[in-house]
Design a protein around this ligand. Structure first.
Ligand SMILES: NC(=O)c1ccc[n+]([C@@H]2O[C@H](COP(=O)([O-])OP(=O)(O)OC[C@H]3O[C@@H](n4cnc5c(N)ncnc54)[C@H](O)[C@@H]3O)[C@@H](O)[C@H]2O)c1
Length: 326
């Protein structure tokens, strides 16, 4: 097709596997993007996903869905990276991380080479480490390179609290901070039901005998959510697709939404040299501001511990700086 004139609100998704294609599907349904480009190292897969999605165009709000090329980075609003390798038999986690780090660095080099004005969102796991690597490689302001962070974990937290308390999930406000992974932190001090702190709600509700035990179980269940789904069906893709669409809405519609994306810290929460999930104001520029919430000393310590876990892995990688320093 000769026409490569992309309009505004263009999103390029790199990696057309389970997560990338589900995100494309939910994004197309949302009507947020006028153009969605899918790019994958496996050209046949990308083409198959594009055709399958494009055949739904009669049912979507108006949207163009095409295979993207690297040149499309040049006028994309948002570039979402879901590309990654799977663990090979016998491969260590660190070796897999090194391979995925290389993939992300190469992709960032290509995006920077195109002089892209986009906000880049990393989704590939381990998302916080790869976000840090992507930002470091780009040489861009930190707000323009974000990770999907703990937006999905926070949604899982809200779902479980909603089920436990018997309250509509939309009236449950709750945040997971830190690593998208085992060291994540349930920020109970930020949790409220329709504006009522959770402890206050609990004393009114009186449904459970032992709130301390319930609290622990809920936080554990959030942490283990992905493992359960992976045991059942091999991977997760629906809820993450929706979480990514929520983040995309904040960026494409310039909403100034507060979402716990992964952001590179420069002293916030007393931390630096890592990217972790923290409450951020998100607009068309990416992270406008990192909100420093007054956490309890216990939560602050847990967040610092989570950042240390990630910082130690980053140090093991011995990363080079930006390929195109500016
Ligand atoms: N951050 C989150 O909340 C979250 C949630 C779920 C999954 N994930 C992660 O998202 C990633 C993707 O998961 P998936 O289930 O879609 O995996 P998948 O294997 O289905 O898809 C990955 C795709 O990336 C492609 N790819 C590999 N290298 C590439 C490159 N250099 N350029 C372009 N494409 C390339 C592969 O061909 C493949 O199609 C994984 O790392 C997964 O752990 C993150």
């Amino acid at each position: 097709m000769k026409d490569n004139h992309w309009k505004s609100r263009k999103v390029v998704i790199i990696g057309a596997g389970a997560v990338g294609s589900t995100f494309a599907y939910t994004l197309a349904q949302s009507g947020l993007a006028e153009e969605i480009g899918l790019l994958d190292a496996n050209h046949e897969l990308a083409m198959g996903q594009v055709l399958d999605l494009a055949h739904g165009q009669a049912f979507f709000p108006s949207v163009q869905i095409r295979e993207a090329r690297k040149a499309d980075y040049a006028d994309a609003h948002l570039i979402v990276i879901t590309a990654g390798s799977k663990q090979q038999p016998g491969e260590s986690r660190l070796a897999l991380l090194q391979r995925n780090a290389k993939i992300i660095q190469n992709i960032m080099d290509e995006i920077v080479q195109q002089n892209s004005p986009a906000v880049v969102m990393v989704v590939t796991n381990p998302v916080d480490i790869l976000t840090y690597i992507a930002h470091q490689r780009s040489g861009w302001p930190r707000g323009r390179v974000i990770g999907s962070g703990t937006v999905l974990d926070s949604a899982r937290f809200r779902h479980l609290l909603s089920q436990h308390c018997g309250v509509d999930v939309h009236n449950v406000h709750a945040y997971i901070l830190g690593e998208h992974g085992d060291s994540e932190v349930a920020a109970w001090s930020m949790t409220n039901m329709a504006g009522m702190p959770i402890e206050q709600y609990c004393s009114l509700c009186g449904k459970c005998d032992d709130w301390e035990t319930s609290r622990r179980k809920i936080a554990e269940a959030v942490k283990n959510s992905a493992y359960h789904i992976i045991d059942y069906k091999g991977a997760t893709w629906f809820a993450v697709g929706l979480a990514l669409t929520r983040i995309a809405a904040a960026i494409l519609r310039n909403q100034n939404s507060v979402l716990t994306v992964s952001a590179v810290l420069e002293g916030e929460y007393g931390l630096k040299g890592v990217s972790v999930g923290v409450p951020c104001i998100l607009s068309q520029k990416g992270v406008e501001r990192i909100l420093q919430v007054n956490l309890t000393p216990e939560e602050q310590n847990a967040l610092a511990k989570s950042a240390t876990v990630l910082g130690e892995i980053i140090a093991q990688l011995g990363l080079p700086g930006p390929a195109f320093p500016r």
